[in-house]
Write a protein that binds this ligand. Structure first.
Ligand SMILES: [Mg+2]
Ligand SMILES: [Zn+2]
Length: 191
């Protein structure tokens, strides 16, 4: 029997779920954007999975370590939990092709715009990419989603505030994560 798959909403982290602060290297810099909790809760209720996909080259650059990133994700889960929202998985790329130190310096297949993290999550969590979406504030998020076979949505928070619409070819542009999720759930109704 083939494994039952579900659709997912992949979320970029910084500038999409939480405020863009440059390198998030202290827990007290973690602040959720307005609507993030409600957005994740709406996805939870729809039956789609919610997976965070984030480039964290600060690890490779030696600014913080993988344990710290795990602590950020635990704190994010706690904050979202207060809104009744649950993240099903966190996937991060610690590499950088030129600025990484030691083994972190490499051209990898997981740093967005490469689709590696989405492909890994899809395999581990039984996700049907063709029914899935990637939401992010940068062209590389949209591209990673599309290269994985999902739809890419650009949000106008974080770096997305000043992005030229022509610099990526998103399937949709939304004002923020909640607006994006409402659009996704509306799509489901017309299929
Ligand atoms: Mg971002
Ligand atoms: Zn990587």
């Amino acid at each position: 029997m083939p494994k039952k798959t579900s659709a997912a909403v992949f979320l970029d982290r910084d500038g999409t779920i939480n405020e863009e602060v440059g390198y998030l290297d202290r827990l007290d810099k973690l602040r959720l954007l307005p609507g993030a909790g409600e957005a994740v809760q709406l996805i939870n209720r729809s039956g789609m999975k919610v997976v965070v996909i984030t480039n964290q080259s600060g690890i490779g650059r030696g600014l913080f370590d993988e344990v710290f990133v795990g602590a950020v994700h635990a704190e994010m889960s706690r904050m979202l939990g207060e809104a009744g929202a649950v993240i099903d998985g966190f996937y991060f790329c610690p590499h950088h092709p030129t600025e990484g130190i030691g083994g972190y310096r490499r051209s990898c297949s997981c740093r967005k715009p490469a689709p590696g993290l989405l492909l890994r999550a899809a395999s581990e969590l039984a996700i049907d990419l063709s029914r899935s979406y990637m939401i992010g504030d940068m062209a590389k998020d949209v591209e990673a989603g599309q290269r994985a076979g999902a739809k890419g949505i650009l949000v106008r928070t974080g770096y997305g505030k000043d992005m030229e619409a022509g610099s990526s070819a998103p399937d949709h542009i939304a004002s923020d994560i909640l607006d994006a999720v409402r659009w996704i759930l509306g799509q489901g109704k017309t299929r």
